[in-house]
Design a binder for this molecule. Structure first.
Ligand code: C2E
Ligand code: CA
Ligand code: CA
Length: 263
């Protein structure tokens, strides 16, 4: 893993969040992939915890942030409709105290609008020195970057974080989505989360949507956006144009043409 970064073995894939209101894709989540010549494809669920223990996650996290923003810039330059990227940030990156500076540098270097970047944080990332973390998040949010609370409901859910941190979005963890059709308790938790989020002015995304039944229940409950295999798995960056088109069939994005004025 220490060499993976330098050897170019890491890649980002992108999974769409589909807007419930109009079915469009405006945000995609960047998800790490490691194709190791020795181990083959390694799941981030396996190597991220290792990277976190060794603090390699700070260097990897920097690379993810830079690569995702450069990708957004590239999509924009090739004429795709504006898309926002959500980047996962781990506890160490937040604790390092360098995140706001890194975000500012990357935004400047790539020239993307701060509104095109979203940072996904888990409750456990916020827990480590929460006063310090809250200040970092506040600084990033003031730049115009959105902050999303990931895996909501699975951590040590201290509801205090909801008011202490400058959040824009909550992501309902897929364990609740998974239980929706079977377990009445899951739907009560989803409803309560939506009520809480609405009251606090937060948008809600449900993760891990795999079935039509889950889609219908979550849309009826009032989620703003949905993410999951039902819509698309994470895809390689080159596949994003086709993906966005699939979710906006009425207005395919125009390939920019050179028009000579006054000719
Ligand atoms: P996460 O942030 O909760 O990401 C969502 C995970 O759910 C992704 O797993 C995604 O591929 C998977 N997923 C999406 N739709 C469905 C679905 O319908 N059903 C099911 N069962 N799963 C679905 P992935 O890509 O394996 O990533 C696992 C975790 O690794 C992520 O969970 C995140 O915590 C971490 N991770 C991935 N990339 C990064 C990164 O760049 N930085 C950091 N710090 N963590 C990352
Ligand atoms: Ca995430
Ligand atoms: Ca998640």
């Amino acid at each position: 893993l220490r060499h993976a970064l330098a050897r170019g073995e890491l890649q980002l894939y992108y999974q769409p969040m589909v807007c419930v209101r109009d079915g469009r894709v405006r945000t995609v989540e960047a998800l790490l992939r490691w194709n190791s010549p020795v181990l083959g494809w390694v799941s981030p669920a396996e190597f991220i915890p290792v990277a976190e223990e060794s603090e390699l996650i700070v260097a990897i996290g920097d690379w993810v942030l830079e690569t995702a923003c450069r990708q957004v810039r590239h999509w924009q330059d090739t004429g795709l409709p504006p898309v926002r990227v959500a980047v996962n940030v781990s506890a160490h990156q937040l604790a390092s105290g360098r995140l706001p500076e890194r975000v500012r540098e990357v935004l400047e270097r790539t020239g993307i609008d701060p509104g095109q970047l979203e940072i996904e944080l888990t409750e456990s990332a916020m827990m480590t020195d929460s006063e310090h973390s809250a200040r970092q998040v506040e600084t990033i949010s003031r730049m115009g970057v959105s902050i999303s609370l990931d895996d909501f409901g699975t951590g040590y859910s201290s509801l205090a974080y909801l008011s202490r941190f400058a959040l824009t979005k909550l992501k309902i963890d897929r364990s609740f989505v998974d239980g929706l059709a079977r377990d009445p308790k899951s739907s009560i938790i989803v409803d309560a989360t939506l009520g809480l989020a609405r009251g606090l002015g937060l948008r809600v995304v449900a993760e891990g949507v795999e079935t039509e039944e889950q889609r219908a229940l979550l849309a009826a409950a009032g989620c703003d956006a949905l993410q999951g295999y039902l819509f698309s798995p994470p895809v390689a960056p080159a596949a994003l144009g086709a993906l966005i088109n699939r979710f906006a069939p009425a207005e395919r994005y125009a390939i920019p043409r050179v028009v000579s004025i006054g000719a």
